[in-house]
Design a protein around this ligand. Sequence first.
Ligand code: NAD
Ligand code: UDP
Length: 340
Amino acid sequence: MNVLLTGGCGYIGSHVAVVLMSAGHEVVIVDNLTNSRRDVVDKIAEIGGRPPSFYQGDVGDVEFIRDVIRRHRIDSVIHLAGFKSVGESVQLPLKYYQNNVCGALGLLQAMEAESVSNLVFSSSATIYGNPQYLPVDEAHPQHVINAYGRSKLHIEEMLRDVCISRPSLGAICLRYFNPVGAHHSGLIGDHPRGIPNNLMPYVVQVASGEREFLNVFGGDYPTPDGTGVRDYIHVMDLAEGHVAALNHLSLSTGWHAFNLGTGKGYSVLEMIRAFEGGSGRAVPYKITARREGDVACAYADIQAATLGLNWKAKRTLEDMCSSAWFFQNHLSTRRQGSGR
Ligand code: NAD
Ligand code: UDP
């Protein structure tokens, strides 16, 4: 299949690219590099044994996307391009609606104009808000509490409408829980610009000495050790979920949503301990105030993806921690090599 992968230079997108390539698909990446680096394309090529096609550009640029679709005879689109910082979205909601919602709108217009009828979209567990019950299944009420989450929900709803109007369209919304870890080569991984917002890249930078200690946001949650509990999933398992979704679309049309998680929750302190065990490094931390907007505990009901996509996460927490650490070491070695 010829797959257009938007946001393919980013953390998740780069892993989706290598998994797609190893499954025999032709991958065409569109990324404007606002939160990634051009050399990721070379790393994907190194892992995949051949280069993916790459275009630097904006996913909301309808004529540009139409041209890419025609040129590569695209059959399916995996749409990951977007902004993802919850905190920033609260400060700058219009930036999020512009990039995420208008970007998806432009992409959908281009797909419609070129009669492309398969789409996999990266949604988020954040659309569920504070869980009313656990594990969280796909029918859980949606209570978004920030502009980032609302941008995801708007796109999901837009896709529902488009699927009703175009019965030949198949759209799968994958609601990611907490992707962590990296490809085993150490060539690609989570490499955010600036101070990491997410737990794992922050932990990794503390372990490597780049940062002094980790702030653990809240020690008084109603969880076994008082710290927040999340469903961490290895990014390679998550990436494989996209191939499973494409396979599903080859047999079905209409709108679908699936949680991608492991179904297990780990607390921040459990993550720290697992990471220390896997890396052999200490991760000093201080328990600080809760972060605004955080929920105490969230983990996925994975039945729908297990049955509907015939997919299940198989990597362990140890794999997640050791691969994240291996990637960080590669990064440090490359930086030293380039004198940075
Ligand atoms: P990322 O920032 O590493 O990757 C996103 C990529 O999209 C970047 O390479 C960026 O340059 C590109 N991009 C952004 N806006 C664009 C635009 N308008 N046109 C073209 N390219 C654009 O983020 P990620 O962690 O890989 O996340 C990928 C997707 O998954 C995002 O949509 C995010 O909201 C979603 N998601 C991520 C998580 C997570 O924890 N990482 C959880 C749930 C959902
Ligand atoms: N967290 C933390 N310190 C950090 C970053 C995150 O204690 O520097 C906690 C956060 O409060 C949550 C968990 O780690 O309980 C996962 O947060 P992350 O931002 O990675 O993902 P989220 O679930 O918020 O999308």
